[in-house]
Design a protein around this ligand. Structure first.
Ligand SMILES: Nc1ncnc2c1ncn2[C@@H]1O[C@H](COP(=O)(O)OP(=O)(O)O)[C@@H](O)[C@H]1O
Ligand SMILES: [Mg+2]
Length: 308
């Protein structure tokens, strides 16, 4: 099946000469959840804005559902729901009107039952007659999500959806995302909170300095780049490691009481067994053993050099 979004050699140079995107290639499959990770200024919002037809590309092409986002703006835009990073909505409208109006803007016939469902899913139903300026920041963000879902989009973009959001909204949001996924909606979210990607994404893309460093299945990525650490609490503190153990990812810490061993998540069992045997041969004994696996966060920090 053709990807629902197809981005080829996409570049963006802003009018001040700054190049925010440097040749992005990306295909997004229908129904997947893709998380785009990247530090502030990486180009995430720029890329989303171009796919949504809000900003013009400087070079390259973007197809949504087979339509070019520049030449066929109406067709592509109506397929997409965007929850923007910035809160910008008419403060004097009611929640109900804002969300209903948004559906109309995308050329869809009124459907009060759908609007009601969206508002209920986002716990906004009892606020439907409030004006936006009467709402808290978190509530306003819910309205942005409701607006993005008002026209039943096939693709939903969430740009930093949980930046500065409370736990309740976060939970509601992931619940809504889960339901949308079940309904076959394609979801692309950007975040610099890694746990989010770790929790819900099928694939993860890492973007930095206007370049897509990688896009990969989340599980495969963790297996490939993930490091594991074996931690042994020694029975007796060691002054130093026997010379034959030097290198090889072994380190003595906690005043000689702890031995840590770094290894690849892929090829582990054998080397650990060998290590334990060798330790026993050197009369080094341990009273406790545990392992730690590096998280997506560690991988991300390693890739983008700690910039967050
Ligand atoms: N309108 C603009 N004019 C000039 N530079 C911009 C403009 N918008 C964004 N940028 C710059 O482009 C880079 C990428 O921004 P953005 O896409 O917002 O990144 P992200 O969403 O990943 O934080 C940043 O360095 C930002 O300062
Ligand atoms: Mg952004």
């Amino acid at each position: 099946m053709a990807p629902i979004i197809s981005i080829r050699n996409l570049t963006k140079i802003y009018s001040n000469g700054f190049q925010a995107l440097k040749g992005i290639d990306l295909d997004v499959e229908k129904g997947e959840i893709l998380a785009l990770l990247g530090p502030n200024g990486a180009g995430k919002t720029t890329m989303i804005s171009i796919v949504c037809g809000i900003a013009n590309p400087s070079g390259g092409t973007v197809l949504v559902g087979g339509h070019d986002v520049v030449k066929d703006f109406r067709a592509t835009r109506s397929m997409i729901g965007l929850v923007p990073q910035e809160l910008t909505t008419d403060q004097f409208e009611t929640v109900w009107n804002t969300v209903s109006f948004s559906r109309g803007l995308h050329g869809k016939k009124a459907n009060p039952a759908h609007i009601e469902k969206v508002l209920r899913d986002l716990s906004l139903w009892d606020k439907k007659d409030n004006t936006l300026r009467q709402l808290s920041g978190g509530m306003k963000r819910r309205v942005l999500i409701a607006k993005a879902l008002s026209h039943e989009p096939e693709i939903l973009f969430l740009d930093e959806p949980t930046a500065g959001v409370d736990v309740a909204l976060r939970k509601d949001m992931w619940h809504v995302v889960e339901k949308l996924r079940e309904a076959g909606v394609t979801i692309i979210l950007t975040t610099h909170y890694i746990e989010e990607a770790e929790e819900i994404a099928d694939r993860v893309g890492v973007i930095n300095g206007g370049e897509l460093l990688l896009v990969e299945d989340k599980t495969a990525l963790m297996a490939k780049l993930g490091r594991k650490q074996l931690i042994l609490e020694l029975t007796e503190p060691l002054e130093e490691l026997p010379a034959s153990f030097a290198g090889n990812g072994l380190a003595l810490t906690a005043g000689g009481n702890r031995l840590t061993y770094e290894f690849d998540a892929e090829n582990d069992q054998e080397s650990i067994a060998a290590l334990l045997t060798r330790l026993a041969e050197h009369n080094i004994h341990f009273k406790d053993l545990s392992t730690q696996q590096s998280s997506l966060e560690d991988i991300f920090v390693a890739l983008v050099g700690g910039a967050k």
